[in-house]
Design a binder for this molecule. Structure first.
Ligand SMILES: Cc1cc2nc3c(=O)[nH]c(=O)nc-3n(C[C@H](O)[C@H](O)[C@H](O)COP(=O)(O)O)c2cc1C
Length: 355
């Protein structure tokens, strides 16, 4: 059997293979609402045979959006269309996940195809951003407001309410976006967290906000449902967040009922050079898996069936998160099964195209 197509049980779900659609912002919403773009985009990947489809970063509050066009889950009215999407995904044999997110100091930006720049808070589609400290991502940008205790409590409540809506919307998995320089990551990193209270300074203090958010989420997200956390497992910078910090955090997250660390990197320090090559982040998934014992997902320039299969076979990661290759070929899992000589069930409507 191809290792990529071995099932994996995680709490109350059993994935039929190891291919997960990695979260990908579509910047195609109005006031956070999902629409037919999301249905077709995500639904097509369920038809294509991925075992778990994770939506793009879904904002827990309007000011937690990267752009005014982000997907959101901050209103009860958002649930209906999301439910239609999860129903479709389920009907085609896949599980549905969503990536709860708050963009922190990286909020209030243009959509990438409009330039992707920060929008000043007094401009249309701009707003004041919040972060652990009043330190902008780029020196020339408007600084965020350092969150006070009330602000921290509000965001924890927003995550809790969002998780309750995720249950109603039929999601099977929540992934918390703790990577790429967004709010949860900003608290973790000494590069962006300059606080002197119990949320800043030591490692224990910097991870406190993430741990409290997890507790809040677990007030509404059933403990038997899988909970993933995406981390930037290194910031590729001396003196910043390191892979060893990620291992130490992963051990604690495992105790807190987190099931999978989705191992990305970077995004919190402007101008950092990332040594890109095929599978460039797999080593972090392997290190965290081996040193903490938690399940991990590998992501980043994994584009081939044999490459993916080897990562699973070698025990370097438990899951393959795939982003851009799934945009190029939403049916990649069907193709990979063929290339690896593994028999999978095709959608009946597509059977005449089977290799
Ligand atoms: C269009 C696009 C949107 C993305 N949006 C998100 C996102 O919402 N959340 C996230 O954690 N990563 C996001 N990413 C990063 C991907 O999930 C993934 O980590 C990255 O693209 C590397 O994987 P790949 O080489 O398979 O594309 C995005 C990537 C792309 C290409």
């Amino acid at each position: 059997m191809a290792h990529l197509f071995s099932p994996l049980k995680i709490k109350n779900i059993e994935l039929k293979n190891r291919i997960v659609v990695s979260p990908m912002c579509e910047y195609s919403s109005e006031d956070g609402f999902a629409n037919n773009w999301h249905l077709v985009h995500l639904g097509g990947m369920a038809v294509g045979g991925a075992s778990l489809i994770i939506t793009e970063a879904i904002a827990v509050s309007p000011e937690g959006r990267i752009s005014a066009a982000d997907l959101g889950i901050y209103k009860d009215e958002h649930v209906e269309k999301l439910k239609q999407i999860t129903d479709f995904i389920h009907a085609h044999g896949a599980y549905a996940g969503t990536q709860l997110a708050h963009a922190g100091r990286k909020a209030s930006h243009q959509q990438p195809w409009l330039g992707g720049k920060q929008i000043a808070s007094d401009q249309p589609d701009g707003w004041k951003t919040f972060a652990p400290s009043a330190v902008p991502f780029i020196d020339t940008e408007e600084a965020p407001i350092a969150l006070d205790k009330a602000g921290i409590e509000q965001i924890k409540a927003d995550f809790k309410a969002a998780a309750a809506r995720a249950v109603k919307a039929g999601f099977d998995v929540i992934e918390l976006h703790g990577a790429h320089g967004y709010l949860l990551h900003e608290f973790l990193s000494p590069a962006s967290n300059k606080r002197t209270d119990e949320y800043g300074g030591s490692f224990e203090n910097r991870i406190r906000f993430l741990l409290e958010v997890i507790e809040s989420v677990h007030e509404t997200w059933p403990k038997e449902n899988p909970l993933f956390v995406r981390l930037s497992t290194t910031e590729w910078t001396e003196g910043a967040w390191t892979a060893d910090d990620s291992v130490a955090l992963a051990k604690i997250l495992k105790e807190k009922g987190v099931d999978v660390i989705d191992c990305s990197t970077g995004g919190n320090i402007a101008g950092v050079k990332i040594p890109l090559k095929p599978g460039y982040q797999v080593e972090f998934a392997e290190k965290i898996k081996k040193e903490s014992g938690i399940l991990t997902g590998a992501v980043g320039l994994i584009t081939k069936s044999h490459q993916s299969d080897e990562i699973i076979q070698e025990g370097e990661a438990d899951l393959i998160f795939m982003a851009r290759e799934m945009l190029r070929d939403p049916h990649f899992p069907l193709r990979a099964a063929h290339e690896l000589g593994h028999e999978v069930k095709w959608p009946l409507q597509y059977e005449r195209a089977k290799w």
